[in-house]
Design a protein around this ligand. Structure first.
Ligand code: IVH
Length: 702
């Protein structure tokens, strides 16, 4: 998408200067789009090509390097290096609603669930939905001891020192140590860290003056400032925070959410003065409308309102859905929209063969972000909205989702506009396309012979959240694949030995970049966490969170393979154990079994196990957790906890859970009808615990 096709060595000085200016502006806009809404305008390869062209021109014309050149900007934070914190109470998110009617439905649902009549009082606390980063702050006897980010909700990063560096953050709660104070012995306050708009603009001015990258929005600035390994940088940035809920608490001293907010405010914790108590859907509606009107005048960015049932006993009864409480909801402001022209519809083939139609758009500014692609989801979506190439369309971006086409402006439709015909053959390998039963998705049936699937699997394997092989981005992966040097993941680890000298001689490579690539491959070879490895395999339905759950459960690749072998028999204990893992149901289990049943997958995994040191899963837990460093084995049926609840509890308390008893076992937790493991434990003299002993141990913090 460069604005010039002239080879770099043919550029005149004037052309170079003008192109560098264009590149600086364009790459900045792309970064904004990428960081602001997680919806990159270009794919990695196209983006990398622009960066590379910028560097090549700069190399030839060093005197033309601009102060705002993309080559001068520093990259994102190094989150790998933060200590991990296991949340003893998961940090959940909120379900979203978008319309006024949704408020009424939300309240009706709650009334029905609680069995309340229309005249029974039901209060809500309404709060602005702050657009920042959530944090957890643990106080013991009113003294701040540990701070964490949300992370994936189960495990976050330790930001204790960073929180301490925020001016308004209380290190001690008011009343701590004073007799008669009602601060719970252990209290984990949760809330949002954010940057005020004024502080954000001032920071960006300063960044640009220093020739550094400007932040795309206050949320990114807050994230970039909080997640700094050097807390003195956090100190220099002006961050703010409000508390809005709690996690772990030794004793609840409040009966309503309102009372909780009042208490923490009295104890010196900042609480948003915009929070209100509402007694009817009409009042909530008024609150939302007033907030929307005042949104731009608020000191900080918000993206909606949050409604929370006020009474704690009602909250307890309502409980939680998979990822969010039933007693609270986020009401989001409407998405931002713009009008543009649909230039083309491309059908992409993903790593599992799913065909996804993508709209190429005339680039358009949607609420400050340039959008040139939108997802069309699937064939049904195109038909339902009657989307055709050449149409004028309304695109929208909301929050973090990929831009979408909302509707077509039929009165502007050109006369020669034909309906889009979805391919019945894979656009890459020509295999026929099949529609999965009960699903809207269509898949290429080519499997292994489809180059698109193979190369997408490889790109996933090396990507940042998977093996993170630097120097092997999407473009280079495609290049090595096209040359036949890397056809499957295992080939990556033979690359240096087999094609090292050719790569060093490649145009635009040279010894240095080749060496960088080989050294990052070696780095991976020397050790990769089991969870990352499992995620990298690209098994359908196994995303990062599921991969981590599997790793935390089976602990080693060898153990996982052995258990998969046993689990093929669905009446086996291994299969029951597999589907008993939190959030792994029969669908995910089937995908895993299908994957490991295929000889070529198994062969590839074994080959990779020979090339890479796959580190056993070890939670980088806090040392002060009650079961840190202990290995536990569960056996038999426990009286109240399911096996997966018990394991989750053990992991959260810092323990490792093993499948069999050995000399390394610290405790065996014994349920009813325990078999040989109990005998083995007695033989080896391993301590035996009842479920209650185990629960007490978990709750007993050192
Ligand atoms: S309460 C279990 N209150 O929104 C409920 N969340 O979409 C915990 N957020 O992860 C959240 N303002 O980062 C709550 N007043 C508010 C909030 C708020 C912003 C964020 C929070 C959460 C996300 C969920």
């Amino acid at each position: 998408m460069s604005n010039s096709q002239i080879p770099v060595d043919k550029l005149t000085e004037a052309e170079a200067a003008s192109e560098l200016a264009w590149l600086a502006k364009t790459i900045f806009q792309l970064d904004q789009a990428y960081y602001q809404d997680d919806a990159p305008v270009l794919d990695d390869a196209e983006y990398d090509a622009l960066k590379r062209r910028n560097e090549e021109i700069e190399q030839r014309f060093p005197h033309l390097i601009r102060s705002d050149s993309p080559s001068k900007r520093v990259g994102a934070s190094a989150s790998e290096d933060f200590e991990k914190v296991v949340h003893s109470v998961p940090m959940l998110s909120l379900a979203n609603i978008f319309t006024t009617q949704d408020i009424y439905d939300f309240i009706d649902r709650i009334r029905r669930f609680l069995g309340l009549s229309g005249s029974d009082p039901l209060e809500f606390v309404t709060e602005p939905k702050l657009d920042g980063l959530s944090f957890s702050a643990l106080y013991i006897k009113g003294v701040f001891v540990r701070g964490a980010t949300r992370g994936d909700g189960a495990i976050g990063e330790d930001i204790t020192e960073n929180l301490k560096a925020i001016e308004s953050f209380p290190l001690r709660l008011t009343g701590a140590g004073v007799s008669g104070s009602d601060i719970p012995e252990r209290l984990e306050i949760r809330g949002e860290v954010f940057m005020n708009k004024a502080d954000f603009f001032a920071l960006n001015r300063q960044q640009l003056d220093l020739g550094k990258k400007a932040f795309a929005n206050p949320r990114n600035a807050a994230a970039g400032s909080l997640r700094q390994l050097d807390p003195s940088i956090t100190r220099q940035r002006r961050l703010s925070l409000f508390g809005y809920t709690f996690g772990d608490v030794s004793e609840e001293k409040w009966k309503t959410h309102e009372e909780f907010l009042k208490k923490i405010h009295q104890w010196g914790f900042p609480v948003n003065p915009e929070n209100r108590l509402c007694s009817s859907p009409q009042e909530i509606e008024k609150y939302f409308n007033s907030l929307s009107e005042r949104r731009s005048g608020l000191a900080y960015d918000i993206d909606g309102a949050v409604y929370k049932v006020n009474r704690r006993d009602y909250q307890e009864r309502l409980g939680f859905l998979a990822r969010s409480p039933r007693w609270a909801i986020a009401h989001k402001f409407p998405a931002q929209q713009a009008q543009t022209v649909l230039k083309n519809i491309r059908v992409q083939v993903g790593r599992t063969g799913v065909l996804t139609p993508v709209a190429d758009l005339e680039p358009v500014n949607v609420g400050g972000v340039i959008v040139s692609h939108a997802t069309l989801h699937n064939e049904d979506e195109i038909k339902r909205k009657d989307i055709r190439i050449g149409d004028h369309v309304i695109v929208q971006r909301a929050g973090d989702v990929i831009p979408q086409i909302v509707s077509v402006l039929l009165d502007k439709r050109p006369a020669d506009c034909a309906a889009f015909v979805f391919p019945c053959q894979c656009p890459v390998c020509g295999s026929h396309v099949v529609r999965i039963k009960d699903e809207a998705a269509q898949r290429c049936s080519g499997g292994l012979i489809c180059p698109a699937q193979a190369v997408e699997k490889l790109k996933h394997f090396v990507s940042r959240d998977a093996l993170n092989i630097e120097g092997l981005g999407a473009k280079n992966t495609q290049f090595f694949f096209d040359r036949g040097w890397v056809k499957t993941a295992g080939d990556i680890f033979d690359l240096e030995q087999r094609y090292g000298s050719e790569i060093r001689r490649l145009d635009g490579w040279g010894d240095k970049s080749a060496e960088n690539l080989f050294s990052s491959i070696r780095k991976v070879r020397n050790g990769i966490g089991l969870d990352k490895f499992l995620f990298a395999l690209g098994i359908p339905q196994v995303g990062q969170a599921t991969a981590r759950l599997l790793a935390a459960h089976y602990l080693s690749m060898q153990a996982l393979l052995t258990q998969m072998d046993l689990a093929f028999d669905k009446s086996s204990e291994a299969y029951q154990e597999l589907i008993g893992i939190e959030s792994i149901g029969e669908v995910v289990a089937q995908e895993l079994l299908d994957f490991f049943e295929e000889d070529h997958n198994r062969g590839e995994v074994l080959r990779l196990m020979g090339s890479i040191k796959i580190r056993d899963f070890e939670q980088n837990v806090q040392k002060n957790l009650p079961l840190a460093g202990k290995t536990l084995v569960f056996t038999g049926t426990l009286p109240t906890l399911t096996r997966s609840e018990a394991k989750t509890k053990a992991l959260a308390a810092g323990a490792k859970v093993a499948g069999s008893v050995s000399k390394k076992t610290d405790f065996v937790v014994l349920g009813e009808e325990a078999g040989s493991k109990a005998e083995k434990a007695r033989e080896l003299g391993v301590s035996i615990l009842s479920e209650q002993d185990f629960i007490d141990l978990c709750n007993n913090r050192k």
